[in-house]
Design a protein around this ligand. Structure first.
Ligand code: 4NP
Length: 158
């Protein structure tokens, strides 16, 4: 059983969407029972909240049902999860501060490491203060990267 953790800043836009898209792709391949999937924020600003209304709306137009509640990353996550996948570079820096440079089990990745159609994109851009098109762009990048992430996991490449 592999454990995958998606990380962003608030845990109400990008990482809940990554979790939802990834879970849907696992479901399509009958792989759901082989993974534990969660998402967190590096801030506690939205603790306990469901995903942002705009993210819920755009995700549901593509048939993704986002169920997660926001929580802040905790130190034990760095050992409990196998892969930690961040949406942008600032998420990685914030997590490194939180874990204080100690050794831990999880391997870090950027979500865009798995982009294929959108290869060359450097991060999943924060849509929070932008317009509707930002949420669509997030979902385009996540669908592309989650497809490749599932492929690499199935092939044992990651
Ligand atoms: P997320 O987006 O990191 O993708 O969940 C944000 C959510 C909330 C805030 C910033 C980004 N905020 O400033 O409250």
């Amino acid at each position: 059983m592999k454990k995958i953790l998606f990380v962003c800043l608030g845990n109400i836009c990008r990482s809940p969407a990554a979790e939802g898209v990834f879970l849907a792709k696992l479901g399509e391949r009958n792989l759901s029972s082989k993974f534990i999937v969660d998402s967190v924020g590096t801030s506690a600003w939205h603790m306990g909240e469901r995903a942002d209304e705009r993210m819920l709306h755009h995700a549901s137009k593509r048939s993704y049902d986002l169920q997660s509640r926001a929580r802040k990353v905790k130190e034990s996550d760095f050992d409990d999860f196998d892969l930690i996948i961040a949406m942008d570079q600032s998420n990685v820096r914030n997590m490194q501060k939180i874990c204080g440079g100690r050794k831990h089990h999880a391997k870090y990745f950027l979500m865009t490491d798995f982009c294929r159609e959108y290869q060359g994109e450097k991060e999943i851009p924060d849509p929070y203060y932008g317009g509707e098109e930002g949420f669509e762009k997030v979902l385009d990048l996540l669908e592309d990267s989650c497809e490749e992430l599932v492929r690499q996991l199935e092939a044992g490449e990651v």
